[in-house]
Design a protein around this ligand. Structure first.
Ligand SMILES: *Cc1c(COP(=O)(O)O)cnc(C)c1O
Length: 390
């Protein structure tokens, strides 16, 4: 059993669980792995980002269930650090988050206002990010129907071509300000496409485009930077930063040292050990054949749990300072480690083996899988036992 698992008994008083645990919690020892989420590291990361931006406010981006880590635990922890503004992707996520946070928490929906959602959104005091003129019109109509104005963010497209008003659409609001009737603009924002590459010329171009567009819109807070954008320097800070992945320990900037504290640890559970002779085929397709007698340990998690199949025959599990390489293909619900480095009997069913943690970082896992930390985090799935360190 790993040192961390020893330090954190499932019944410990400071561990998550009970009424506020995520719905999909797997049942304790029956799960194929343990996902440990360090909320004090999350909070430290929030404080570090706030330091970075000087006087600007720092929001928490908690879309996709806080990148898979559990929005109902993550968002209140950020609130305790002084975070007052939260971003999710969908109205459904906002509605789920609303009762978890104090009433004056500000919740924005990044993907905008879907037709027909106006009433539900306004009733829940959720603020849409208006990404198109028809959304501005619909939100304004709802505001006027209620005899006033309803708060919203307006997003402009400064060059990513994904979401937000184009320059000519911003012009149309300038020419005819009545188009904003019923809308209280509380935030003007845009999103950077290449912020994780500080030398990319798109950063300066998007900054200039954002400045030109925001200057034409009503006075309100301005927001441009995501995690990586926040490390591009003071010009990118504006009034509100919108970090996601850096809060969760992912490296904000590619190639540079990661200043964030790790938040996630994943341990796989041993479900079987065996000795195989030279020549034994290992796993689907026999992509690995034992070149001598080998000691193997099978862990109870696989690609259905977010451990990518692309990591077949790649990376390792770690226990007691030993590196146990992954051998053969990653299966849907299991993977196999070469435990030959350990003496016979050292591992037994139920033991926990580090897959993400001090020996193998989240970013290292993402890189080996040919993806980004965001995708690993959001794929981690719902079958693990979850432990929250407070
Ligand atoms: C997801 C998202 C963020 C957070 O991005 P990170 O790179 O995780 O910090 C910020 N703003 C918008 C518009 C987003 O979609």
């Amino acid at each position: 059993m790993s040192a961390l698992a020893k330090a954190v008994p499932a019944s410990g008083p400071r561990i998550g669980g009970g009424a506020s645990a995520p719905r999909a919690d797997a049942s304790g020892a029956a799960a194929g792995g343990v996902l440990t989420i360090d909320l004090s590291a999350l909070r430290a990361n929030y404080r570090l980002l706030r330091q970075r931006v000087g006087g600007a406010a720092v929001a928490g981006v908690v879309k996709a269930n806080a990148y898979g880590l559990g929005a109902e635990r993550v968002a209140p922890a950020l609130w305790d650090e002084g975070c007052r503004t939260f971003f999710v992707a969908h109205l459904g996520e906002a509605l789920a988050l609303r009762p978890v946070l104090p009433a004056d928490a500000e919740i924005f929906v990044l993907n905008g206002l879907a037709p027909g959602d106006e009433r539900l959104c306004a009733d829940a005091r959720v603020r849409p990010v208006l990404n198109a003129l028809d959304q501005v019109r619909a939100w304004g109509a709802e505001g006027r129907r209620r005899g006033g104005r309803l708060p919203a963010a307006i997003q402009v497209d400064s060059g990513m071509s994904r979401l937000g008003l184009a320059a000519d659409e911003v012009e149309s609001l300038v020419r005819d300000p009545s188009r904003l009737a019923g809308v209280e603009t509380v935030l003007v924002m845009s999103h950077l496409a290449c912020a994780d590459d500080p030398d990319h010329p798109a950063n300066a171009a998007q900054l200039a485009a954002f400045r030109a567009m925001e200057a034409k819109l009503p006075a309100a807070r301005r927001s441009l930077a995501n995690s990586a954008g926040l490390f591009l320097g003071p010009d990118f800070r504006f009034d509100l930063a919108r970090p996601g992945v850096a809060l969760y320990g992912g490296a904000p900037t590619g190639g540079a040292a990661n200043p964030m504290r790790p938040v996630v640890r994943l341990d796989g559970r041993v479900i079987q050990t065996r000795e195989v002779p030279a020549g034994a085929g290992i796993g689907y397709g026999f992509t690995r054949v034992a070149d001598g007698p080998m000691r193997l340990a099978t862990l109870g998690l696989g690609y259905a749990d977010g451990w990518p199949r692309a990591l077949s025959n790649r990376l390792a599990g770690f226990v007691a300072g030993r590196r146990l390489p992954v051998v053969g293909r990653v299966s849907m619900d299991s993977l196999i480690l070469d435990a030959s480095a350990l003496p016979a009997g050292a591992l037994k069913g139920g033991d926990l083996i580090e897959l993400i943690g001090p020996s193998q970082s989240l970013d290292a896992v993402a890189e080996a899988a040919g993806t980004i930390s965001y995708e690993i985090l959001t794929s981690l799935g719902h079958r693990y036992e979850r432990r929250y360190l407070c």
